[in-house]
Design a binder for this molecule. Structure first.
Ligand SMILES: N[C@@H](CCC(=O)N[C@@H](CS)C(=O)NCC(=O)O)C(=O)O
Length: 199
């Protein structure tokens, strides 16, 4: 049985929880206590030298990084609806996975760490960058229901948590109606799983 190492308030972990739930994949979950530094223990570092969650173990395969885990799950289930294999569509989905790992993680993610967890970051720059990327997404979603393709893909799942959780970092979603409508569409998906801040 697959095993997910995760922590409740992490949006990166939530990408994986959500995907597992949407795909109805049976798995075990192991809570990792970041506050007590469990992710930096010798035992955990042996499995993941970066000492981060989410981490997925499937038999003899260990995958870290939420984006990589989404790719793994979609391919493992041969779900080309969630991860198309045709050159252009696949590359466009990949663009959004990189967008989640880079643009979103260096902006909305950082602002949330500052305001929700009291970490000392340059929150003003993070918020400003967050607003720019929300504007880009809002324009992109003006005539689309999903980031790419005609149905949801792992691109949507990778970008969703930290965009939906933007208010935790004191960035309002009100100026971005197309992003708000997209968030609502994701919440309507069959098998949707909630997390605090994304009810
Ligand atoms: N690129 C990774 C980032 C994972 C990440 O930043 N995880 C955080 C929790 S949201 C973590 O484990 N932080 C503890 C640390 O980096 O020491 C992903 O997308 O999964």
């Amino acid at each position: 049985m697959m095993k997910l190492y995760h922590t409740e308030l992490s949006g990166n972990c939530h990408k994986v929880r959500l995907m597992l739930s949407l795909l109805e994949l049976k798995h075990d979950r192991v809570l990792v206590n970041l506050a007590s530094g469990e992710h930096k223990s010798a035992d955990f570092l042996k499995i993941d030298p970066l000492g981060q969650v989410p981490l997925l173990i499937d038999e003899n395969t260990t995958i870290r990084d939420s984006q990589a885990i989404l790719v793994y799950l979609a391919r493992k289930c041969d779900r080309t609806d969630w991860l198309p294999l045709e050159a252009e569509s696949m590359a466009k989905v990949m663009q959004w996975l990189s967008f989640a790992a880079n643009e979103i993680n260096s902006s909305l993610f950082i602002a949330r760490l500052h305001f929700l967890f009291g970490m000392n970051f340059d929150w003003e720059t993070a918020q400003q960058k967050g607003k720019q990327i929300l504007q880009i997404m809002d324009e992109h979603l003006r005539e689309r229901n999903w980031l790419e393709c005609s149905s949801p893909t792992i691109a949507d799942i990778a970008c969703y948590p930290y965009v939906g959780l933007a208010p935790d970092g004191k960035v309002s979603l009100e100026p971005y109606p197309n992003v708000m409508a997209w968030i609502d569409r994701i919440k309507q998906l069959s098998g949707y799983e909630r997390m605090p801040g994304l009810e």
